[in-house]
Design a protein around this ligand. Structure first.
Ligand code: A5P
Length: 246
C-alpha cells in the first residue's frame, strides 16, 4: 500500500452543469434498457436521474422491467415512480445494472463507490449482473484511483475500533463516517463505514486484496472489473468508455 499523497486540486464544474451532465448520461443509459430485463437500480444522485428516465419509458412506452434496488433510498424512489421491483429470491441474476461512481480510473474502468453509503448492496447487485453501465460526469475521471476521494470500507459495528486499527496497519488512514445526527453513519446492512485515505493507488488490486482479508471488514468500495462501460457526461455531451482490460 502506497503512502498517501496530496492529490492535485480538482477543477469542479458548477452544480447546474454537473446536474445537466448527470441527467444526460442517465437518459442515455435508460435508452439501453430492453423489455423483459431485470435491472439493477443504483444509488446516488446520478442514479436518481436514471430512475426518473426509466419511469418515463415505463409510463410512455409500456417498457416491462423488474428492478432490483441497491438501497432503501432507491427502493423508496422506485416505488414512488411506479417502477416494478423484484428480489434475489425471484431473480438470482441481473441482466443490466446502472449505477453511479465516485471515481473512475480511465485506463481500467476500475471504480471507487460507496460515498452514498450503499456499497455493499451495490457490489452484490453489480457482481450478479451480466452487464454494468456506470453513469457519471467528467469530474469523476482520474488517472489513478484514490486521487480525489477516500475508499469507503464497510465494517461490522462490533469491534470497529479494532478493525480500524488493522486498517491503520496497512496505512489506510481510516476515519469513522458520521451521520447528520452526529452519531456514526449506519448502512442499510446495519454496519459502520470507515473512509480510508489511501491516496492515489498504484496497485488497487493489491489494496483490495488486503481489505478482503481483514476480519471485521464486510466489503469495500473498490469495484475492480465490474464496469462493462462508463457513460461520461460533460460539456461536449456524452462519451462512452468501454472496458478493454480487467
Ligand atoms: C452510493 O453508495 C455510491 O456508490 C454512489 O453510486 C456514488 O456515490 C455516486 O453518487 P453520485 O451519483 O451522487 O455522485
Amino acid at each position: 500500500v502506497r503512502e498517501a499523497k496530496v492529490s492535485e486540486p480538482m477543477s469542479l464544474p458548477n452544480q447546474t452543469d454537473q446536474n445537466r451532465w448527470k441527467k444526460m448520461v442517465a437518459e442515455e443509459a435508460a435508452k439501453l434498457v430492453r423489455s423483459g430485463m431485470v435491472v439493477g437500480l443504483g444509488t446516488g444522485t446520478t442514479a436518481q436521474f436514471f430512475l426518473l428516465a426509466l419511469s418515463q419509458r415505463i409510463a410512455e412506452e409500456g417498457l416491462r422491467i423488474s428492478g432490483i434496488p441497491t438501497s432503501e433510498g432507491t427502493s423508496d424512489q422506485a416505488r414512488r415512480l411506479n417502477i416494478p421491483l423484484t428480489t434475489f429470491s425471484e431473480h438470482m441474476e441481473v441482466d443490466f445494472t446502472v449505477d453511479g461512481a465516485d471515481e473512475v480510473e480511465l485506463e481500467t474502468l476500475f471504480l471507487i463507490k460507496g460515498h452514498g453509503g450503499a456499497l455493499l448492496h451495490e457490489k452484490i447487485v453489480a457482481s450478479s449482473s451480466k452487464q454494468m453501465t456506470v453513469i457519471t460526469d467528467e469530474s469523476k475521471l482520474v488517472n489513478k484511483l484514490g486521487s480525489h476521494v477516500t475508499v469507503p470500507v464497510e465494517v461490522v459495528s462490533f469491534g470497529w475500533e479494532a478493525t480500524g486499527k488493522k486498517l491503520q496497519m496497512i496505512d489506510a488512514k481510516p476515519s469513522l463516517r458520521m451521520g447528520k445526527d452526529k452519531k456514526p453513519f449506519v448502512t442499510d446492512g446495519g454496519n459502520y463505514i470507515l473512509d480510508c485515505a489511501f491516496g492515489p493507488m498504484e496497485k488497487p488490486k493489491d489494496v483490495a486484496h488486503h481489505l478482503d482479508h481483514i476480519v471485521g471488514v464486510v466489503e469495500h468500495g473498490l469495484f475492480l472489473g465490474f464496469a462493462s462501460q462508463v457513460l461520461v457526461g460533460g460539456p461536449d455531451g456524452v462519451k462512452t468508455l468501454q472496458q478493454t482490460k480487467k
